[in-house]
Design a protein around this ligand. Structure first.
Ligand code: FPP
Length: 224
């Protein structure tokens, strides 16, 4: 079985750069190239939705220079690859709180989403200023304001991921084994795969290996 929705915690850019005696930004740059390759591979391998953790709500704690580099790379990614995403029929979305970003980034991201909105192909959701606790609290507050009973369907419709298929698989690269405030609600029954590969080295082959491992897992969703 091919997972419909795969989410990836892209970890290890800094270590990739350090091993090569390069500045951290070089690792992030190589990470963006991996994003491009893996997005394409996911589409080719039949994944319907890919969610990538690009910037967590905790990443603001990083040095200003590194945050600036990541924002620059986000702009670069959209500038360079939007044509390719649009041509590949990808539906782009963002999960997270965009209001914290500068107006130019917001405009760029919103323009990119609008351009891909007519597409009917696989979904690519980029998590930006995303944190599960924030997402859940935001949904809870919104529903409390609206009033009325809250069930699972209503709650899930208030999450950032409302338009994405159920999450089947979470992959984390670079050997760390934790979820780091990523899709905590959505991952309730997801399979978790942790690989030692550093994110810039993760490619279509590595994705295929993870999908093969997923296919070997027996999912019971709490049953028998
Ligand atoms: C983790 O590596 C990676 C990040 C915090 C950022 C991920 C961002 C990208 C791949 C580039 C931007 C993405 C898009 C979609 C344009 P780390 O720095 O925590 O690595 P380390 O743990 O080895 O230090």
């Amino acid at each position: 079985m091919i997972p419909r929705h795969v989410a990836i915690i892209m970890d290890g850019n800094g270590r990739w750069a350090k091993r090569r005696l390069l500045p951290r930004v070089a690792g992030h740059r190589a990470g963006v190239e991996a994003v491009r390759k893996v997005t394409r591979a996911a589409r080719e391998q039949g994944v319907e939705a890919l969610t990538l953790y690009a910037f967590s709500s905790e990443n603001w704690r990083r040095p200003e220079e590194e945050i600036g580099d990541l924002m620059g790379l986000l702009k670069h990614f959209i500038g360079e690859h939007l044509d390719e995403l649009a041509a590949d029929g990808i539906r782009l979305s963002i999960i997270g709180d965009l209001s914290a970003f500068s107006p130019d980034i917001r405009a760029l991201v919103e323009g990119a989403i609008a351009r891909c909105a007519v597409n009917t192909g696989p979904q690519l959701a980029i998590a930006l200023n995303y944190g599960s606790h924030d997402e859940i609290l935001r949904a809870a507050n919104r529903l409390a304001e609206e009033g009325g009973p809250i069930d699972k369907v209503r709650f899930e419709a208030a999450l950032y991921t409302a338009d994405l298929p159920p999450l089947d698989l979470v992959i984390r690269t670079s050997g760390e084994q934790r979820l780091s405030n990523f899709l905590l609600w959505q991952a309730a029954y997801a399979e978790l795969i942790f690989v030692d590969t550093l994110w810039p080295d993760f490619d279509g082959g590595a994705l295929a290996d993870a999908l093969a491992e997923f296919a070997r897992r027996e999912r019971r969703f709490g049953g028998r």
